[in-house]
Design a protein around this ligand. Structure first.
Ligand code: URA
Length: 235
């Protein structure tokens, strides 16, 4: 049997309006249940039976979003931290309850694959180091790379300053003098920049090209696409 909830809960969960505002939405006839005008906010209904202004509810059981993060945006809801990735999403999503959050964070200057969801258990699962989700980064550095970095990064002994344990083995491919591809299964704070930092190099450009099996395809910087929650099972 489909899960039922009060109409005001569906409307606030999906970001249409607050539970208080739902009263006037229902009064104004904007909400229907099974094609009949809803009579009160405490009427219970399955999400699939509810329409608002003639449209099905959007993502009543949660959203999973792929964003091609552009440089210059922070993964934060705090306006004081700078221009936010969340401002790139539809306004209604910003009112969803629970809120949409990124699955892990990318630095302000890092670009590429960023997943966002309002499903807290997905965030927990896909940021947990136990899951070892592979993340692939395209890295540009300021000083020449050399082959000795490959066994160093793969060794599982690379120690970052201030950390208790060494980094898990990571796969490095050197693409040319200043460019490499790095695959990590962890997500420590500024990990890629710090790993190259230990070797005396500064990362000058960082782009995440893959999270699990999820890639950007033809998604332009700053644009997003909805994914099926099951897509993340592939991650
Ligand atoms: N590692 C970093 O140093 N920065 C990122 O944004 C992601 C991984």
């Amino acid at each position: 049997m489909a899960q039922t909830s009060r109409i005001d809960q569906w409307l606030s969960r999906c970001g249409y309006c607050s539970r208080r505002e739902a009263r006037s939405w229902v009064r104004d006839g904007r909400v229907q249940v099974a094609a009949l005008r809803a009579d009160s906010v405490d009427q219970r209904a399955a999400a699939g039976d509810v329409t608002v202004d003639g449209e099905a509810l959007e993502g009543p059981h949660g959203l999973l979003v792929l964003l091609n993060k552009p440089a210059g945006r922070v993964c934060s809801h705090q306006a004081s931290e700078g221009p936010s990735i969340y401002d790139l999403l539809p306004e209604r999503w910003q009112r969803r309850n629970p809120a949409i959050n990124s699955i892990g964070r990318l630095d302000q200057d890092t670009t590429g694959v960023l997943l966002l969801t309002d499903l807290g258990d997905l965030i927990q699962r896909w940021t947990s180091p136990r899951h070892k989700v592979p993340k692939v980064y395209e890295v540009t550095v300021d000083a020449p790379l050399d082959e000795s970095l490959i066994p160093l990064f793969a060794s599982g002994t690379l120690q970052l300053p201030g950390e208790d344990s060494p980094c898990a083995p990571a796969r490095l491919q050197i693409l040319d003098v200043h460019q490499a591809r790095l695959e990590l299964t962890e997500g420590r704070f500024h990990q890629v920049k710090r790993m190259f930092g230990v070797t005396g190099r500064t990362v000058t450009r960082l782009h995440r090209s893959r999270f699990g099996e999820i890639e950007l395809g033809d998604l332009e910087p700053g644009k997003w696409r909805l994914l099926e929650v099951t897509d993340l099972a592939r991650a």
